[in-house]
Structure formats: structure tokens, C-alpha cells
Design a protein around this ligand. Structure first.
Ligand code: GLN
Length: 306
């Protein structure tokens, strides 16, 4: 380890805590709007099991779109390259909940990390598994060793009641034949996945296989082939932050995934995972402090994929 990660992380944490607090907790999911805006946690974990943590790193929060990485991993593992007939791998350059490209693209979403793409992935999950909700939980519980990770039924119900855009998107794709199941079942699975609650510590653990060529760092079992792992990291780099993916790549230089619950997970392949949580979001729906923290982190460590 050339870097003193503990010192760098605590220095940036203290600095951001006192200086940076812009952004807004989203209000379009009423249950999420209730979260205390000043929460701030960080968890770093590397392949040598070094762990450095700060603030609210143990508190569970709504992982929202970060769950799209877990659902993609399971579907890609089972379906292989056929998956890309249903969803593309191009950055959309549009908001995460945008519908505009779907008509020109015949109902094929630009990538699996915008909402439309994640809905198609959920549709496939329903075809592959008898009980996809349990399957996803088993995957996350196994990889973290945390059996208490679960869905927040209130958050899922709150989105089911208010998620009119997602419902429109799902029905629109159904009209193109790119949703096979009942749209309500697809939406129910999608909202439940978004409602999973995990801490920064849990998230860094659960993403570490993406820094380890697809192998579970605990027992070295293959979760995903190294080629598929490379591709998931590539999609995180190009599409993980919606229409701010270029900016994240430019400022931070790591593959990563954000969620409107205020979490961001970033991966340095062959080295580590780092998760930051702060609920106030910038205009693109990414954690304001999370972005600042990671920009500063890769600047001070001098480590990125570039
Ligand atoms: N559940 C949220 C939605 O569908 C997830 C979006 C996100 O985290 N970017 O709008």
C-alpha cells in the first residue's frame, strides 16, 4: 500500500463535513424524503481486507439504483451475451428516468442502468427465477455474510404508488414487445430491488468481487467470469451516473454506481471498493457530497483506472 488511505479518507471526510453541503434530498419518493439530510458515511475495503470507515458507515439506507448492478449481474450470469438483444450498452446522455429515446430505439433501452434498462432486466429476472426477490437477497446476503439485509416494504409501496413515469416506461416497452411479463409484476420487482437497505460497509463488501476479476474475495469462488466482470465495470464507467457519467469519469476516473438514496459505490479493479453515502443530491440525481468526496479521493491517492 503506497497510500495512507486512513489519513486521506479522514482528512477528506472532515473537510467535506465542514465545507460542502449543497444539494437536495429528492421528494418524488415520499418515504425517502423523510431521511435525515445530514447523514454522511464512508467505507473503504480492499482485497487485502484493509478497511477504513468514517461517520454513518454502519447505517443502512435505500440503495435504489445501486441495486441495478446486482440484478444485472444475476441476469448476465444466466443469460450471457443474449442479454444485449434486449438492452444496449451505450450511455444515454439523458436523465435516469427519461423515456425520449425509447421510441426511436424500438423499445430497446440504451443501457441496463437507466430505469428503462433496469425494468427490462427485471422482466428477464422474472423469467429466469421462480422467486427473483429471494434470489437477489440470497446473492447479497451470501456475498456480504449479512443475513439481515432486506427490502423496505414501505419504500417499495411508496414508489409503487407514485412511480407513474416508471409505469409509463414499462407499458411503453411492453407495446414494443420488450417486456414479456405483466408490467405490474415487473414494476413490483423493480421497486422492491430499489428499496433494499444496505450500509456503506455492506455495499463495499458486496461490490468487491468486481474489483477481484469476478471472484468472491472471501472464498475465491467465481461469481462472474473475468470477461463478464470487465464488461460490468465498463458499463458502470460509461453509464453508472446517467447523464453525469462523463463527468464522473472525468472527475473521479473509476467505474461506479449511484442511487437516489444518496449512495455511490466506486471500484478500482484489482484493488478496492469505496462507498460514500450522503442523501442530498445534485441536479443529475447523484449524491453531492459523494461526488466531491470521490473526486478528492482519487486526486489525493493518485489512483484511478487512467
Ligand atoms: N427508484 C428510483 C426510480 O426509479 C431509482 C432511481 C435512482 O436511484 N436513480 O426513480
Amino acid at each position: 500500500m503506497q497510500n495512507n488511505y486512513a489519513k486521506i479518507i479522514s482528512g477528506i471526510y472532515t473537510d467535506i463535513l465542514s465545507k460542502e453541503n449543497l444539494g437536495k434530498v429528492p421528494d418524488y419518493i415520499p418515504e425517502i424524503a423523510k431521511i435525515s439530510a445530514d447523514k454522511f458515511g464512508v467505507a473503504f475495503l480492499d482485497l487485502d481486507k484493509n478497511s477504513f470507515v468514517e461517520g454513518d458507515y454502519k447505517e443502512k439506507f435505500s440503495i435504489q439504483s445501486i441495486s441495478k448492478v446486482f440484478s444485472l449481474t444475476l441476469v448476465y450470469k444466466h443469460l450471457g451475451e443474449k442479454l444485449w438483444e434486449r438492452v444496449d450498452v451505450e450511455p444515454s446522455g439523458n436523465a435516469f428516468n427519461s423515456l425520449v429515446q425509447l421510441e426511436a430505439d424500438n423499445g430497446i433501452p440504451r443501457n441496463p442502468f437507466i430505469n428503462a434498462g433496469a425494468l427490462v432486466v427485471c422482466d428477464i429476472l422474472l423469467d429466469i427465477f421462480e422467486n427473483p426477490k429471494q434470489e437477489i437477497l440470497n446473492f447479497i446476503r451470501n456475498i456480504t455474510g449479512e443475513i439481515n439485509i432486506s427490502y423496505n416494504k414501505k419504500v417499495a409501496a411508496s414508489e409503487m404508488e407514485n412511480g407513474f413515469r416508471n409505469a409509463a416506461m414499462c407499458n411503453f416497452m411492453k407495446s414494443f414487445g420488450n417486456i414479456k411479463n405483466n408490467p405490474n409484476e415487473v414494476l413490483d420487482l423493480y421497486f422492491n430491488l430499489c428499496s433494499i437497505e444496505m450500509s456503506c460497509e455492506n455495499l463495499s463488501k458486496s461490490f468487491l468481487f468486481l474489483a477481484n476479476g469476478g471472484k468472491n474475495p472471501i472464498n475465491n469462488e467465481e461469481i462472474l467470469s473475468s470477461s463478464k466482470t470487465k464488461r460490468i465495470n465498463a458499463i458502470m464507467l460509461t453509464c453508472g451516473f446517467y447523464d453525469e457519467s462523463g463527468e464522473f469519469s472525468f472527475l473521479v476516473g473509476l467505474p461506479g454506481k449511484s442511487g437516489v438514496g444518496g449512495g455511490i459505490v466506486a471500484v478500482l479493479p484489482n484493488h478496492y471498493c469505496i462507498t460514500v453515502w450522503s442523501p442530498k443530491l445534485n441536479l443529475k440525481g447523484n449524491s453531492y457530497r459523494g461526488m466531491k468526496f470521490l473526486e478528492e479521493f482519487t486526486t489525493q491517492t493518485g489512483e484511478s483506472i487512467f
